[in-house]
Design a protein around this ligand. Sequence first.
Ligand SMILES: C[S@@+](CC[C@H](N)C(=O)[O-])C[C@H]1O[C@@H](n2cnc3c(N)ncnc32)[C@H](O)[C@@H]1O
Length: 356
Amino acid sequence: MTQFSALQRSATELFPQETTDREAASARRSLQTPGSIRFFDYRPTPADVRAEVLEGLGLPAKRLSPKLFYDQRGSQLFDAITELPEYYPTRTEIGILREYGSQMADLLGRDNVLIELGSGSSLKIQTLLAALQPSVYMPVDISKEHLLESAHALAERFPDLSIRAACADYSAPFKLPLEPDWTDLAAFFPGSSIGNFDPEEARRLLGRVAGLLGAGGRLLIGVDLPKDPAILNAAYDDAQGITAAFNLNLLTRINRELDGHFDPNAFRHRAFFNIERSRVEMHLVSRIEQQVEVAGERFDFRAGETIHTENSYKYGIDTFHRLAGAAGFVAEKVWTDEQGLFSVHCLRVGEERSGS
Ligand SMILES: C[S@@+](CC[C@H](N)C(=O)[O-])C[C@H]1O[C@@H](n2cnc3c(N)ncnc32)[C@H](O)[C@@H]1O
């Protein structure tokens, strides 16, 4: 298991050069919280983000990672998406967690260190906290401001909960603020975020989680199921245009953070279910032939050319079990809703993962 010593730094040390007043104020608020929250910043550097964006826009089929959606505005837009009538995953997964929470706690174990990957607003975990009673809750998210705000809201609601929030990118090997004597770890990975990775990347990420948990460790993971394409197309292209705004916000973020010159009005949102690959794809489609400068580099777009911004793979239960098995997990139990829209799996790290 990877272990890291705790970092205790002041707000200014946490947010060096690129600190804004708002960030610093937010960080100070976090450090003022009495006792229950500690914050650890392992987020990618601006140089990493720049390199990734320039590489993705330079590909013959332009592509950007969905993790780039989540600046503060992107996180707020995602929260708005979860409340849309068309967006069934959030309410369905919460329904499953509410109904089977005590069974889940029996399997996951109580009083352990509970790591949540891509915790966002930390809403779903609230349905499980009473049953799980973790000794420490560790929300992990790439969206720093949103993570801090969510951790605060949680601490106000659950003042006895010990929270260690970590801003980190789980799409590559990542650090967590674990103590050497914390051996009883469990993980929660809701929202079908695993579906944002191509299957081989998903296997690698699950393998990293298995290595982190160690043999016998449990992962509770939400996975969206294949279904009628009409339901999927509506869920990712809602009538109010919130998902479109979420997708287009990526261009605004690039303009702000990377000296980009995108005109968001010159692009449109497109989402569709790719049946052969069992995934919803989201793209930004260039409405016109245009050239766009980002960080001093020029990119050409044909009319109709797209930037592929997200995949959301849908896995049947057996297919997901095979994927998890290839990553070192043994499937213990799966719960679904009555309509068969969504699944939540409890996976255990197999013995052969010991020491990895
Ligand atoms: C689809 S939202 C799900 C949020 C919440 N877990 C839920 O189920 O509603 C994905 C969350 O993961 C975070 N995220 C996305 N990519 C990430 C990455 N590579 N590393 C860490 N967090 C990431 C986002 O900031 C966001 O909060």
